[in-house]
Design a protein around this ligand. Structure first.
Ligand SMILES: Cc1cc2ncn([C@H]3O[C@H](COP(=O)(O)O)[C@@H](O)[C@H]3O)c2cc1C
Ligand SMILES: O=C(O)c1cccnc1
Length: 382
C-alpha cells in the first residue's frame, strides 16, 4: 500500500458512542441545554473524531504553511508578482507575517513547507524542504501537475502532519502561500461542487473588475481543456463530495457531470500546496488529531481530501469563512459551519488560527464545568 492508501484506510468516521456520550455530558453541565450554541456542536464533533468523551484538549496547535507557485500566474489573474511567494516565505521564517502574529497570539507553532516554490530555498529553522516542482504548469492550457507530482505533494503533506503530531501537536491548522492560488482554488471548487466559475471565483488579493472577468474565463477554460465539469453556466452540484468508486478503484470527487477521480482533478487544476494541504488534512484525521481549516485554499483542498476519504470531514473544523465566494460553496458542500466570519481574505492560516481559542474553549467546558449533580444546582429537567 502507498502512504496515501494507508492514510486513507486509517481514517474513521465520528464514533457514534462518543458522540452520544458527549451530547449527554453537555446536557448534564450547569447551563441551560444548548446555551453554548455552536460551541456545543464543536465539542461534540471533536469527541466523535477522537472517539472519546470528553475529547482531548486540542492544544498545542501547529500551523503548517504550504508554499508553492502557479503556472496560471502567466494569465494575469493576480496583480502580484510571483516572487512574492518566496519573499513571503522569508517573511514567515523571520516572524514578520500576519500568520506569525496570530500564531503568537494563540500559542501555535509555525512550520513553513516548500512544496513548490519557483526558487531554491536554503535550509532554515522552521522550514521543511519538500519541493516537488518549481511551481505548477498553467492549468488553463492543460493539467497543472502530473500524477506523480500530486502523489508526492500529498505525501509531503501527510509527512508534515505526522511529524507535527509526533512533536506534540494536538491540533493542526492549515496555511497556504502561493500567488495566484485563488484561481486554482476556484477551479477545484467548480470541479468538485459542479458550481459555475462565475459563482465561485473571487477577487483574491483584490483584483479589479476587468481582472476578475479574465479570472472567471481562465477558470472556465481550465475546466474545459481538462475535460472537467463545472465550467458551464447551470452546471449542477450533486450530493456530498466523494464516496464513489471509479473503475480504477479510487474514489471519485466530481459532481455535476462525468465522474473524475479526485487525484485526476487535483492534477488537472490544483496547486502543489492544495495537494499537500489535502494530505495534511488526511494525515491529521488518520491520527485522530483535529484539523482547523483556514480559507478558500484550505476549503478547496478539503474538497479533494473528502473526495479521497469522505470520513475526513468528521475530523475538520471550519475555522472561518473568508470573503472569497468559493469558500462558502466549498464549506456548504462539505457540510461545515465556519466558526468566525471577519471578512478576512488573506490565507496563510490566519482565519484558522483565530478559531483555535474557540475550539479549545468549547472542549475545556467538557473537562471543567460542573454538572448539575456535582455542583448541587437544581436541574429543571430532573
Ligand atoms: C503580500 C501578500 C501576502 C499574502 N499572504 C497570503 N496571501 C494570499 O494571497 C495569495 C492568493 O491571492 P491571488 O490568487 O489573488 O494571488 C496567496 O498567496 C494567499 O496565500 C498573500 C498575498 C500577498 C500579496
Ligand atoms: O480565502 C482565503 O483564504 C484567501 C483569500 C484571498 C487571498 N488569499 C486567501
Amino acid at each position: 500500500m502507498t502512504i496515501l492508501e494507508q492514510t486513507v484506510a486509517a481514517i474513521r468516521p465520528a464514533d457514534p458512542a462518543a458522540l452520544a456520550a458527549a451530547r449527554a455530558h453537555q446536557d448534564s453541565l450547569t447551563k441551560p441545554r444548548g446555551a453554548l450554541g455552536v460551541l456545543e456542536e464543536v465539542a461534540v464533533r471533536l469527541a466523535g473524531a477522537a472517539a472519546v468523551s470528553p475529547p482531548p484538549l486540542p492544544a498545542p496547535a501547529a500551523l503548517a504553511i504550504f508554499a508553492a507557485d502557479h503556472g496560471v500566474h502567466a494569465q494575469g489573474v493576480t496583480p502580484w508578482p510571483q516572487e512574492v511567494t518566496v519573499q513571503m516565505v522569508g517573511n514567515f521564517l523571520a516572524g514578520g507575517a500576519v500568520a506569525n502574529a496570530f500564531a503568537a497570539q494563540v500559542g501555535a507553532s509555525v512550520t513553513v513547507v516548500d512544496v513548490g516554490v519557483a526558487a531554491d530555498l536554503p535550509p532554515a529553522p522552521g522550514l521543511t524542504l519538500s519541493k516537488v516542482a518549481y511551481g505548477t504548469a498553467d492549468l488553463s492550457i492543460g493539467p497543472a501537475m502530473t500524477a506523480e507530482q500530486v502523489a508526492a505533494a500529498l505525501e509531503a503533506g501527510i509527512a508534515v502532519a505526522r511529524e507535527l503530531v509526533d512533536q506534540g501537536a494536538r491540533c493542526l491548522v492549515t496555511g497556504d502561500m502561493g500567488i495566484a492560488n485563488t484561481t486554482a482554488s476556484a477551479a477545484l471548487i467548480c470541479a468538485f461542487t459542479g458550481k459555475d466559475a462565475a459563482a465561485v471565483t473571487g477577487r483574491g488579493t483584490g483584483v479589479d473588475d476587468e481582472t476578475l472577468a479574465r479570472k472567471v474565463e481562465v477558470v472556465r477554460q481550465a475546466l474545459r481543456v481538462n475535460g472537467l465539469p463545472g465550467g458551464r453556466e447551470g452546471a449542477s452540484a450533486a450530493g456530498p463530495a466523494g464516496g464513489r468508486e471509479g473503475a480504477d478503484g479510487l474514489p471519485e470527487g466530481v459532481a455535476g457531470g462525468r465522474a473524475v477521480p479526485a487525484l485526476e482533478v487535483l492534477a488537472a487544476v490544483g496547486g502543489l500546496e492544495h495537494a499537500a494541504i489535502a494530505g495534511f488534512i488526511l494525515g491529521g484525521a488518520a491520527l485522530r488529531v483535529p484539523v482547523i481549516l483556514d480559507g478558500v485554499i484550505a476549503g478547496s483542498a478539503a474538497l479533494a481530501a473528502a473526495a479521497l476519504a469522505p470520513a475526513v470531514v468528521d475530523h475538520c473544523v471550519a475555522g472561518h469563512r473568508s470573503a472569497e465566494p468559493g469558500h462558502a460553496a466549498a464549506l456548504d458542500h462539505l457540510g461545515l459551519r465556519p466558526l468566525v466570519e471577519l471578512e478576512l481574505r488573506l490565507g496563510e492560516g490566519t482565519g484558522g488560527l483565530l478559531a483555535h481559542p474557540l475550539v479549545c474553549a468549547a472542549v475545556r467546558v467538557m473537562h471543567e464545568v460542573a454538572t448539575f449533580d456535582s455542583a448541587g444546582v437544581t436541574d429543571k429537567e430532573a
